[in-house]
Design a binder for this molecule. Structure first.
Ligand SMILES: Cc1ncc(COP(=O)(O)O)c(C=O)c1O
Length: 406
């Protein structure tokens, strides 16, 4: 039996989304075509867009379908930056440390190629972005701020962020905010309209754009969305047929959107029961692992400020990657949560942004639960950890310099 506990990387497609996908693939017709097949494809597409919009509490016209979270984030960050910095007067982008690489690498690209100045904001010890730090950065850079970007919930350590408070600061300073809600969507209520209303966001200021991805909620890989508020200004990345308000050209993926919508509807309908179920299972993971390895530490927030299905640990004196491989050999799939570059274990950049030292940041292990997780999965993980940890600790920490030189 393989125990899959890496739902934050991708979660299995739900059978209903697979059926909807394969049925919809039988439909021929480009939704931009005038003939009846085209129009019926368009109807399927627009009905699916409505379902996705309902799951996010936004208007269907605000849902720009993309190829996934990475494209949505690229479109938001580059598109808003280009619109706001036409005369090079607004070059500053505020971003917390510990964002997903889709954000970090896009911002570094903007820095290198487009003259952007990135102001990296600190995280507290739990991985929370502090509104006071955002306020200080807004005061420091004033009218030079092009945009702010942040996660709704951290995909690695699971900390839920004060999105409405930061949207309110963005609104008060007339700055657009993009939120990467890829890790939160399907696990927490992601209510675009409520955040806009409660934060006083108006026009293009405050919460302006939000990224989500279908494969994290039981839909297919290769489709996601950027919610773009009606009044937000986004320069397109792709040019062509002018589909989707000219923001994202390209023939739209009817089958993918239909399948995404089915997954979104299921995730929304099950949100409160799943959140309670996953929280209970997650608490078993935390108690079981800390009991089996008392020197391990839980990273991230406790209680309600943590994603229901996330548990993230620092294991002292070993590489997270060694633990991952040993657990894999025992039939349990987990993650370190951070990137492994060319086979070289990298310390978690999220833990580093939370102020942890390199040694602690190297023993990270992420366990993420989802719709298919059962009590038996948790039992198998807890049973496998002590032996895997003992072996990983014997191997210790590799000398990164030696590995680099070899
Ligand atoms: C928080 C977060 N943002 C963005 C992405 C990228 O999404 P996608 O895999 O759909 O490109 C991921 C996926 O790992 C994620 O967890």
């Amino acid at each position: 039996m393989v125990v899959y506990l890496d739902h934050a990387a991708t979660t299995p497609m739900i059978p209903e989304a697979i059926d909807a996908y394969t049925d919809a693939m039988r439909q021929v017709g480009n939704p931009a075509s005038i003939h009846s097949q085209g129009q019926s494809a368009k109807r399927m597409l627009e009905e699916a867009r409505e379902v996705i919009a309902t799951s996010l509490s936004c208007d269907p016209i605000e849902v720009v379908l993309t190829s996934g979270g990475t494209e949505s984030i690229n479109l938001a960050l580059k598109g808003i930056y280009w619109k706001r910095n036409v005369d090079s007067a607004r070059q500053v982008i505020l971003a917390p440390g510990g964002e997903h690489h889709a954000t970090i690498d896009t911002l570094e690209w903007l820095e290198k190629h487009e003259g952007a100045e990135i102001s990296w904001l600190p995280l507290d010890g739990d991985g929370t972005v502090e509104p006071a730090a955002v306020e200080r950065a807004l005061a420091e850079h004033g009218p030079r701020v092009a945009l702010i970007t942040m996660l709704w919930a951290n995909n690695e350590v699971g900390t839920i962020q004060p999105v409405t408070d930061i949207a309110a600061l963005a609104a008060a300073h007339d700055v657009p905010l993009h939120v990467d809600a890829v890790a939160a969507y399907g696990y927490l209520p992601v209510d675009f309209a409520a955040v806009r209303r409660d934060s006083g966001s108006t026009g293009g200021a405050g919460l302006a754009a939000l990224s989500v991805s279908a494969h994290k909620i039981g839909g297919p890989v290769g489709i996601g969305a950027l919610v773009v508020s009606r009044s937000a200004q986004v320069e397109p990345l792709l040019h062509g047929g002018g589909q989707q308000r000219q923001v994202r050209s390209g023939t739209q993926d009817v089958a993918g959107t239909v399948s995404f919508a089915v997954a979104a509807r299921f995730a929304q309908a099950r949100l409160s029961t799943e959140s309670g179920r996953l929280t209970a299972l997650r608490n078993r993971v935390i108690a079981g692992i800390l009991d089996a390895v008392p020197t391990a530490k839980l990273n991230g927030a406790t209680g309600s400020n943590r994603l229901p299905g996330n548990a993230h640990f620092a294991f002292p004196g070993c590489e997270g990657d060694s633990l991952l491989f040993l657990l894999d050999m025992a039939g349990v799939s987990v993650s370190t949560g951070s990137a492994c570059q060319a086979g070289i274990p990298e310390p978690s950049h999220v833990l580093r942004a939370m102020g942890r030292d390199e040694l602690e940041a190297r023993g990270a292990l992420r366990v993420t639960l989802g719709h298919s997780t059962t009590d038996d999965d948790i039992d198998a993980l807890i049973a496998a950890v002590p032996h895997a940890y003992a072996q990983a600790a014997r191997a210790g920490l590799s000398d990164r310099k030696t590995v680099l030189g070899s």
